[in-house]
Write a protein that binds this ligand. Structure first.
Ligand SMILES: [Fe+2]
Length: 190
């Protein structure tokens, strides 16, 4: 179970609406390398991990990714909130407005809906952890692309913080993969 804390993991205080940036950031909400995919991937994989440290770490990181999903949702909401119809049209966000008004929605800014096909849960601890390492690097690269596109310090600051967390997760997955190899060696069934 989870206990909800009524605050964001890191503050998001965007004052200036920017529908174009909202459409870009939305990819980290419901896109292929986004936070929803990350949390569902790790929380699903934890069940079949063979050692308690791997189960616990996937649970911890999957939980943190849910908190990032919440933060990215707040970013998208604040970037869309108060945007005028002129700003929405100038940003080319007419299709977003048609289907969702200014609402946050788990998909990409180009209208592709979230799908479980973005994630894998193979049942093999090495295969799954190697996927997790790649997922963290893809999320880091996506945050770097978003930082390149952003010009508002209120947007750049949480993006930088989120990018940093992906680097830490990559390191922790590397450590746990080594423990899985040790566990495999200790079984000596080859
Ligand atoms: Fe992560």
């Amino acid at each position: 179970m989870w206990i909800y804390e009524k605050k964001l993991q890191y503050p998001v205080r965007i004052k200036r609406p920017n529908p174009k940036m909202a459409a870009a950031v939305l990819s980290q909400y419901g896109g292929p390398d986004g936070e929803l995919a990350a949390s569902l991937r790790y929380i699903s994989q934890r069940h079949h991990m063979p050692i308690p440290e791997a189960k616990g770490m996937l649970n911890d990181i999957g939980t943190e990714e849910l908190a990032h999903f919440e933060m990215v949702g707040a970013m998208v909401h604040q970037l869309m909130k108060g945007a005028s119809i002129e700003e929405i049209k100038a940003a080319g966000a007419e299709s977003w407005y048609t289907d969702h008004d200014r609402a946050t929605w788990p998909g990409t800014g180009t209208g592709v809906p979230f799908t479980a096909a973005y994630i894998m849960s193979k049942g093999d601890p090495v295969a799954d952890l190697v996927e997790d390492l790649a997922a963290e690097e893809k999320a880091r690269a996506t945050y770097e692309h978003l930082i390149d596109l952003a010009d508002d310090p209120d947007v750049i600051d949480p993006l930088r913080w989120l990018r940093e967390r992906e680097v830490v997760h990559f390191q922790r997955f590397g450590e746990i993969l080594n423990k899985i190899y040790e566990w495999k060696d200790s079984k000596k069934y080859y």
